[in-house]
Design a protein around this ligand. Structure first.
Ligand code: NAD
Length: 437
């Protein structure tokens, strides 16, 4: 099949490269000329494990190309995916669909022959109807169907997730789209990945319902962690104890600094807005959003507490900046709010992250970025671990302590054993591991 991927970001680039690997001819399009130039020159604009090799292999095989020319690519395509960003709109939290609609308009003008237009971007219920209307109005003669095919990949494990998905969801209103979408995903279909065909609106909602549920699950264990701290219980044991129940499951039960990233914060907010507008408010998610929002600054208060009540004039080392390991994505990372709160309290922040520092530099001011964790810890009153990168899991604790001026270790991912940290001379604070009263 000839496939065009509109938008070559975290989702578009991974999806495009994986679809090429299935044997399809894929053109990845982006309006960001620097991104496309980099890709054409053999570079990769994001950090995602395995992606550079996958792209190189498929470019070499002649199945994957890159261009800024959406109009020129569309006319040859059987399927045109839309994988552009849908950030939260400033001011009201609704999903900003301007990129999706602009892409739809440009695609519409250049269609030739029957084409399936597929929204892979996470879009609110009814967006497919609007894309359909835009295409029909822009090009009344076009032969097309609009489908919804939300993406469930996780950054950091994106290729594996795309190639071995738990399910593929496809929303259609026009039966002509069904065999085309089956053909796109045939290799996975044959591999027994369940493909669920639904109506378009249902498919759009499934994505939000899934993300909001996961965000709620994280928030649940985070609140349980707070309770554990106050009653002398251990949240990791609680998580294991409930997670072994198959009805609950062990995933997404790691207490931490609150969810972040490019999806959960904006998607929970957008679902809340959609539900309000539809007259069916989802109060569980409204509350989830509010709890998560206040949690990040609460994490900064743990640091203040370990520094005897004030960080003014003190150096704090923050280790791990991205919203999770194995990505360079800094969008809505908890580290941003934590660092801001520490700076508000008068702290000097020194930071280290294995892959996220370029993106972080563009989003943070007054932070000194360091080459490794030990340089960051120099002269620090406390070290805060925000992201559980492998490189941060086995720090030489006595060495770290020796470099610092103080003795605080705030481990927001529970990656150290309290006894080890205390043996190295730290006052150790983690999440939800309460001491018996
Ligand atoms: P991104 O910002 O990394 O990539 C979007 C790309 O689209 C950018 O490179 C941008 O330049 C390009 N673009 C915008 N308008 C364009 C146009 N008219 N023509 C060509 N290119 C255009 O975003 P992302 O993280 O890949 O997310 C894309 C969508 O997928 C969002 O709706 C997101 O919610 C959803 N999603 C993301 C993830 C994730 O882990 N990042 C997972 C599942 C779903």
């Amino acid at each position: 099949m000839r496939i065009v991927m509109t938008g070559s970001g975290y989702v578009g680039l991974v999806s495009g490269a994986c679809l090429a690997d299935f044997g399809h001819d894929v053109i990845c399009v982006d309006k960001d000329a620097r991104k496309i130039e980099l890709l054409q020159g053999g570079g990769v604009p994001i950090y995602e494990p395995g992606l550079a090799d996958l792209i190189a292999r498929n470019v070499k095989a002649g199945r994957l190309t890159f261009t800024t020319d959406l109009a020129g690519s569309v006319s040859q395509a059987d399927v045109v995916f839309i994988a552009v960003g849908t950030p939260a709109r400033r001011g009201d939290g609704h999903a900003d669909l301007s990129y999706v609609y602009a892409a739809a308009q440009e695609i519409a003008s250049n269609l030739s022959g029957f084409t399936v237009i597929v929204t892979k971007s996470t879009v609110p219920v009814g967006t497919g109807d609007e894309v359909d209307r835009i295409v029909r109005e822009t090009n009344p003669d076009a032969q097309f169907a609009v489908a919804s095919n939300p993406e469930f990949l996780r950054e950091g494990a994106a290729i594996q997730d795309f190639k071995r998905p738990d399910r593929i969801v496809v929303g259609i209103e026009d039966e002509r789209a069904r065999p085309v979408m089956e053909e796109v995903y045939r290799p996975l279909y044959l591999n027994q990945a369940p493909i669920q065909f639904t109506g378009r609106r249902t498919s759009e909602l499934i994505k939000y319902a899934a993300n909001a549920f996961l965000a709620m699950k994280i928030t649940y264990i985070n609140e349980m962690a707070d309770l554990c701290e106050n009653v002398g219980a251990d949240v990791q044991q609680v998580a294991r104890g409930i997670g072994l129940d198959n009805r609950i499951g062990s995933k997404f039960l790691h207490a931490g600094p609150g969810y972040g990233g490019s999806c959960f914060p904006k998607d929970t907010l957008a679902l809340v807005k959609t539900a309000e507008d539809a007259g069916a408010p989802i109060r569980l998610i409204e509350t989830t959003v509010a709890i998560n929002e206040s949690r990040k600054r609460a994490m900064a208060r743990k640091v203040v507490a370990v520094c005897n009540g004030s960080v003014r004039g003190k150096t704090i080392a923050v280790l791990g900046l991205t919203f999770k390991p194995n990505t360079d994505d800094m969008r809505d990372a908890p580290s941003i709010a934590i660092i801001q709160a520490l700076q508000d309290g008068g702290a000097q922040v020194r930071a280290y992250d294995p892959e996220g520092m370029d993106a972080a530099r563009a989003m943070m001011s007054g932070v000194e970025f360091c080459d490794n964790p030990y340089v960051a810890a120099q002269g620090a009153a406390a070290v805060v671990i925000v992201t559980e990168w492998d490189a941060l899991r086995a720090l030489d604790l006595p060495r770290l302590k020796g470099i610092m001026s103080g003795d605080g270790l705030v481990d927001l991912r529970n990656i150290y054993r309290p006894a080890d940290a205390e043996a190295a001379g730290f006052v150790y604070v983690s999440v939800g591991r309460g001491a018996a009263p």
